[in-house]
Design a protein around this ligand. Structure first.
Ligand SMILES: Cc1cc2nc3c(=O)[nH]c(=O)nc-3n(C[C@H](O)[C@H](O)[C@H](O)COP(=O)(O)OP(=O)(O)OC[C@H]3O[C@@H](n4cnc5c(N)ncnc54)[C@H](O)[C@@H]3O)c2cc1C
Length: 385
């Protein structure tokens, strides 16, 4: 068991929660994934199963369909899932936090319970062909017409939009104002007239990415989240929570692999080259640093701090740990490059994880951008320009 060291300020009921969850999981194990079942469909079934047991939205108030517990409870359940090598709690926490902070009371009541239950599946429409790192340079527009907006533009890399019913969309509502005050956020139903979702197949065969074409799409004023022109802080809050490894079960999942590597370093001492054993040592150090860091973040959350630019550290640490770990694991277990079944062209699970780890330095903002944020917004260093 690779517990995040949550032995500071732990509520007394935490062990009980973990025990109850393990018992529930034993009775409601991860379902089998159908041979042709797309990953998002499978994960959606898993989401609903977790929700039916009361294990989604632990730190969301009951008024919005959650369990009204603390961030610590949420982290503990993520930790249990990761340690059990099960998919994490569906990655909706960052969207839920954005809605809790920026949506009106009526909107929270309308969207949050359905999001937690898996009745609505949301995707994130931020990036565009000409605006990824430079998100402020987006060109999708939402032009006001009395009580509604007309949206035109294109989004790109919108993960799993083809499996989603709503999109957290950013669009420019004022072309003359400075970028950071001219962007607004909307909840766009994807079945709306004028929306075209086109999946893109990635090199590894996955169809995670989508293009989203928006042609004269009508969005009601009641679908705007927060004040007009206040989409930038919402976007920054969303990505700050997205950059955090706490709620995803990633940390304990890394812990399982670190343990496998540690055993290999010990049991295959004479066989593995010194350089590779040193690399395993570095994996171990990265992992321990991440665990200590996660404990600090958990303590901060419990103290009521909301995520801010410091979450760029989290993203960098997580990326470094994950990429080194899978790269090293493939060198230690090269036989796992390929799966067991098939004709040798099928990548093994570890290989799939390795490939996806390469994306960690891009999604949620690239590593270079995280370093820029730390330099400017956390350390206050002067800009080169
Ligand atoms: C797996 C995955 C899932 C994703 N899912 C979504 C999603 O659901 N919704 C969504 O909106 N987006 C999504 N994205 C898009 C992601 O947010 C962008 O890819 C990312 O922000 C980088 O933007 P870009 O691809 O346009 O690269 P660019 O911004 O064009 O950057 C290209 C390169 O230039 C570097 N660079 C750019 N500007 C600077 C600078 N100022 N200083 C230093 N270096 C710089 C970058 O670091 C990068 O190496 C996803 C991406 C991936 C990989």
């Amino acid at each position: 068991m690779n517990d995040i060291p949550l032995d500071f300020g732990d509520p007394a009921d935490l062990d009980d929660l973990r025990r109850r969850f393990r018992a529930w999981l034993a009775e409601h194990p991860l379902p089998e994934r159908g041979a042709d079942e797309p990953l998002p469909t499978f994960l959606h079934r898993w989401h609903r199963q977790l929700y039916s047991g009361g294990w989604v939205g632990l730190d969301v108030p009951q008024a919005y369909g959650g369990q009204g517990l603390s961030a610590l409870h949420q982290v503990a359940i993520s930790d249990e899932l990761g340690a059990g090598d099960a998919p994490g709690i569906p990655r909706i926490g960052y969207l839920a936090h954005a809605l809790m902070e920026f949506a009106s009371e009526e909107q929270r009541q309308r969207w949050l319970p359905r999001m937690l239950a898996g009745d609505d599946v949301w995707c994130q429409g931020f990036s565009e062909p000409g605006a990824g790192s430079d998100l402020a340079g987006m060109s999708t527009t939402a032009t006001r017409r009395n009580d509604h907006y007309i949206v035109n533009g294109q989004k790109l890399w919108t993960s799993y939009a083809q499996y989603s019913s709503l999109c957290l969309l950013l669009a420019r509502t004022d072309r003359s104002a400075p970028a950071h005050t001219s962007i607004s956020a909307f909840a766009l139903p994807l079945d709306r007239a004028g929306v075209t979702v086109r999946p893109l197949r990635a090199a590894n065969g996955d169809d995670e990415f989508c293009e989203l074409f928006l042609d004269d799409v009508r969005i009601e004023e009641s679908e705007r989240i927060g004040a007009e022109g206040n989409g930038w802080p919402l976007a920054m809050t969303t990505v700050s929570y997205e950059r955090n490894a706490l709620d995803t079960g990633h940390i304990s999942k890394y812990g399982l692999l670190v343990e496998r590597l540690r055993r290999a370093a010990r049991d295959r001492r004479d066989e593995l080259p010194d350089g590779l054993r040193s690399e395993i040592g570095r994996c171990f150090v990265d992992y321990e640093v991440l665990v200590a860091h996660a404990a600090r973040r958990t303590a901060e959350r419990l103290a009521g701090h909301t995520a801010g630019p410091e979450s760029s550290y989290d993203k960098l640490l997580m990326t470094r740990t994950e990429q080194r770990l899978y790269e090293t694991a493939l060198r230690v277990f090269p036989e796992e490059l390929f799966g067991n079944e098939g004709n040798g062209n099928e990548g093994g699970e570890l290989f799939g994880e390795y490939l996806y780890s390469r994306a960690a330095s891009v999604y949620g903002g690239t590593s270079q951008i995280q370093r820029n944020i730390i330099a400017k917004r956390v350390l206050g260093l002067p800009s080169a320009r």
